[in-house]
Every structure is written in C-alpha cells, then in structure tokens.
Design a protein around this ligand. Structure first.
Ligand SMILES: Nc1nc2c(ncn2[C@@H]2O[C@H](COP(=O)(O)OP(=O)(O)OP(=O)(O)O)[C@@H](O)[C@H]2O)c(=O)[nH]1
Length: 532
C-alpha cells in the first residue's frame, strides 16, 4: 500500500512540489540574509553617514563664521593702531561682557609682532566673570594654557588665517589672523585670536541648524578611523573623529539616530515575506486542489474503472462525457471493454452451446444438472431427466446425405427448444442425434406427459424419413429417470438410469417413452450417449 502510494502520480507530484517549495523558502531565506538585510543595513549606514556629514558641514560653517569675525577685527585700522599702542580708547570702545556674551566668545587675545601678549579679554568659564588683562596672570590666569598654545601656533605658522579646534574640558573653536591695515597694506603688526566654546549652547545651535541630535566629546588616545558607526538596540550612532591642536587629543562629533526607518523597513519586509509565503502556500494548495479535481481524481476513477473491468459504465458517465485526454482515454477503455465483453460472450456461447443447433451443449447441461441435483437433494423436490434419441438416424444420413441430416437435426432441435420453453424445462444437445432435458420440481410421471408433448411436436414436423421402419417421418425415442426413485441419488445415477430407460424405449420398438424402473437395471446395457 505504502509502496503503491510512493509510486503514485499524486505522491511524486507532491514530493516534487514540496521540494520546489522548500527550495523557494531556502532561496527566500538566503536572499533575505545575504542580499536584502545587508542592503537595508547599508542603506541605513549611508543615511547616518549623510546626516553626520551635515553636522560636520555645520561645524565647518561655524568655524568659517568665527574666522570671518576674526578677520573683520584683525584687518582693521583701529586694531592696527591699537596693537601699535596708538589707540588707547580701543578697548573701552569695542570690548564689553555683553559683546562677548552676544558673540558667544570665550576669549580674544592680541599678540604683538614679537608674539608677546598685547591684550586679553574673556569670560572665565569656571566663574562666568569677564576680565581684561595685559598678561595672563591673576584674574586672567585661567587663560595662560590657551595663550601658550596660541604662541606656539604663531611660531609654527606666522601666516595664521585659520580656524582650529582646541582640546579642553569644553572643546574650543579658535580662529586667528595676522593684524594688518584695513587696506591690508604694510607688514602685519601682530595676531588676533578669537575663541568660542563648543559648549551645550553651541550644540543647540548646531542641532537647530541641522535638525539632528548632536554630540561632542573628547576622546582619550588616538583613533585610527575617522568615522565610526555603532548600533545599539533601536538607535544607531555615528561619530566623526576630529583632530585638535596641538594633535594630542581627539574630538568626537556625532549624531544618534532612531532606527525607526530601518526597523519599519525591516518590519515591512518581514510582513511582505510572510504574505509571500502564505500566498505561495495558498497557490500551492489551490494547485493541488485543482490537480486533485481535474486530473488525479478522474485518473483514480479511470484506474478503478480499468481494474474492475466490470464495465460499470453508469458510474463512469462523468469520465466518458469529458472532452479532454482523460475522456478520450475513458472512451477508448470503454470501447475496449465492450469489445472484450462481446468476445467473452461469444467464447462463453461457443464453449456452452452447440454450433449446429444453437442449443446448450453437454458441458452446460452437466454443469446445470449438477447444480439442480444438489438443490433438489437439499430441498427434497422431485427432479426428472429425459434422454431423447432420433430413431434410425444413421439410415437417414445414409439415405438423404449428411447435410440433410444436419438440417433435420436443426429442425428437431428448434422444435424441442420451443416445447421446452413452453413447458419451462431445460434441453440440450448432448450427443450426435441425442438430446437431454432436465425438469426441476417434476416427477417421472409428469415428465412422461411432457415427453409426449415433445414426441408429438416432432411428429407434427412431418420431417420425411423414407427409410425408417417406424414411421414415414422422423421420430424420437425417450428415456426418463427421477432422482430419489429406485435408489437414484446422484447425477451420474440419474443419467445412467435415463440412458437405460432410453435403451428400453428403443428395444420396445422406438417412437415411444419409457420411465426407468429397477428392473431395467438388470437388462443388458449399452450407452446411447455419443458425446459431442
Ligand atoms: N448429419 C449428421 N449426422 C450425425 C451427426 N452426429 C451424429 N450423426 C449420425 O447419427 C447416426 C447415429 O447412428 P446410430 O448411433 O447407429 O443410431 P441410429 O441409426 O439412430 O439407430 P438407433 O439410435 O438405434 O435408432 C450416425 O450415423 C452419425 O453419423 C451430425 O451432427 N450430423
């Protein structure tokens, strides 16, 4: 059963479909893992780098702005005069705590042509106090570290005209420029440094400008990469590492983004994936259903139809009415079965009937008689057998010829058949010119009456038999026996008794009927049976 199923079309199709489905799912999973998820991740990475670049651009703009302000002040006749000591009112006119706060300056430092401090002004980040000094001492002591760094920078690069980032508890943005006349004539007379803290306020401005959350922190140690992207849960953080002056510390400018977009893309993709899988399963289910209804079920019916070979065409009318290949096949099978049935019927007819007269032959007679004997023995019903033989048929043949003999046999057989049908008994040709009849529920006496009907019918045929010493026409002699009478209990006993009764009829002058009696059993016996 299992083996048959495993070879069936349904199993093979299911196995193939299952394989294809599995392959599709594996491909989908592989595609997701190695193509789609990395692509989404890459896109997310690109977005965060783009946002980071925007923040960095804002930083650059902020630096350019500070440098422009430093240049405005340093390329100015007033400052030029001030650095040469020719403009004593310069500080009173231009410097105030309010100006520093509004411009968000932490410090402005003026250096003379020798690089020495000329004037300092700034707001102490620790106290918030505004101070002006001529040396980085006392209340301006907090500036001393920065001043040294600026002086080192001047030595390194007297050209200045640049903006740098300085490390510190709060990172600083520093812009510097040589001090020259407004028309930029004459040699530089010193340098001006402007310092702006990159504090929370500065970050807020950057955030307002970019619309992005921004972070700024000092890092310890040297980092080789210039950018880093880290993912933690629902957030993604990108940092750009900037080098501060004098190159021993690094500043991390960063932004932190919510991964909503990526996660929602992921969610959408998973949703699509799930629906694709469901749709695939649904389509496969439908294909299977259609396959079952359109092909497999009709094929099974066709298989049953061919296996039964009982040609129950009524149950297969659906199949036969189909216009497709299965219908064509079913109709071909039907034709084949009909033909086979016809051949079988012909074979059965040939094997059970006599071809000359069309009457049942000896084989069928014996078969039926055995059944009838069994049932009569079981029921106790009477059963009689009759044996009939044409009188002097050899003489008929000798006189009229064999073909005429055949015609005579056919006419006698037809007559006997008509009488048997009329009286409801079974008759067969059981020998050359010999016939036998079986009569259920009939006693020997009743059989004798029926034998008279048979004999009379044959007499009425008036089939000429010129050579017969009995009559001028064909006549028959008849022997009768009954089951259960005179000790007859078997099929063969019944036939032997009928034969002996026939012999007695022949001996009695022919053209008569005799019923078997035990006395006949002692008479010398010869068989009239000439099996066909
Ligand atoms: N034409 C024809 N003759 C057949 C056929 N079968 C048997 N016969 C003939 O039937 C004859 C039977 O002859 P017998 O058995 O001697 O008996 P009978 O001449 O009828 O004599 P009784 O039976 O004693 O009256 C034989 O000549 C067979 O050749 C047949 O199919 N056709």
């Amino acid at each position: 059963m299992v083996q048959r199923f495993s070879r069936s079309l349904r199993f093979r199709f299911l196995a193939a479909l299952g394989g294809v489905l599995l392959l599709a799912l594996i491909s989908l999973a592989a595609l997701s893992k190695w193509v789609i998820f990395p692509a989404l991740h890459k896109e997310e990475h690109a977005v965060v780098i783009q946002e980071l670049a925007q923040i960095e651009r804002s930083l650059n703009i902020s630096q350019q702005e500070l440098l422009a302000q430093a240049r405005d002040w340093s390329i100015w006749d007033d400052t030029y005069e001030f650095i040469q000591g020719n403009y004593p009112g310069y500080t009173d006119t231009n410097f105030s705590q309010q100006m520093f706060e509004e411009m968000r300056y932490q410090l402005m430092a003026f250096f003379n042509a020798e690089g020495d401090v000329h004037f300092l002004a700034g707001i102490n980040p620790a106290t918030g106090q505004y101070h002006t000094c001529y040396t980085a001492e006392r209340e301006c002591r907090w500036m001393s570290g920065l001043i040294r760094t600026m002086q080192a920078s001047i030595k390194e690069d007297p050209e200045q005209g640049k903006s740098s980032l300085y490390a510190g508890t709060t990172p600083l943005m520093v812009a510097s420029n040589p001090i020259v006349r407004t028309d930029e004539s004459g040699p530089p007379q010193g340098w001006l440094f402007k310092v702006r803290p990159m504090d929370d306020e500065w970050l807020t401005i950057i955030e307002d400008y970019t619309g992005l959350p921004s972070t700024l922190s000092m890092l310890e140690g040297v980092i080789n990469n210039d950018t880093a992207v880290t993912i933690s849960g629902n957030t993604i953080q990108a940092q750009r590492y900037l080098t501060t002056y004098p190159h021993n510390e690094q500043l991390a400018l960063g932004t932190q983004l919510n991964r909503t977009s990526y996660l929602s893309s992921l969610e959408t993709f998973r949703y699509v994936l799930l629906w694709t899988a469901c749709l695939m399963l649904l389509v496969i289910g439908l294909v299977l259903l259609l396959l079952e209804r359109i092909i497999l079920k009709p094929l099974r019916t066709l298989t049953q139809f061919t296996q039964q070979a009982s040609v129950d065409l009524k149950g297969s009318s659906n199949l036969l009415g189909r216009g497709d290949e299965i219908g064509i096949l079913a109709r071909a099978f039907q034709e084949q079965f009909k033909h086979q049935q016809q051949l079988n019927a012909e074979l059965i007819e040939l094997s059970t009937h006599d071809p000359l007269t069309g009457l049942p032959n000896r084989r069928l007679f014996d078969q039926r008689l055995q059944e009838v004997v069994n049932s009569a023995l079981a029921s106790g019903q009477p059963l009689s057998v009759m044996m009939l033989d044409i009188d002097h048929f050899k003489m008929f043949n000798d006189h009229y010829g064999h073909p005429e003999g055949d015609i005579c046999l056919q006419r006698v057989a037809q007559t006997m058949h008509d009488v048997a049908t009329a009286h409801g008994f079974f008759i067969a040709r059981t020998g050359g010119e010999e016939f036998s009849a079986m009569m259920s529920a009939t006693s020997a006496t009743q059989a004798l009456e029926k034998s008279q009907a048979l004999s009379d019918a044959i007499d009425q045929l008036q089939h000429l038999h010129y050579m017969s010493p009995v009559a001028p026409h064909v006549t028959v002699s008849i022997g009768i026996s009954q089951l259960g009478i005179a000790g007859i209990q078997t099929f063969s006993g019944l036939m032997t008794a009928a034969d002996q009764a026939l012999y007695a009829a022949k001996a009695a002058g022919r053209h008569c009927a005799k019923v078997y009696t035990p006395s006949l059993a002692n008479a010398s016996f010869y068989s009239h049976n000439t099996p066909l």
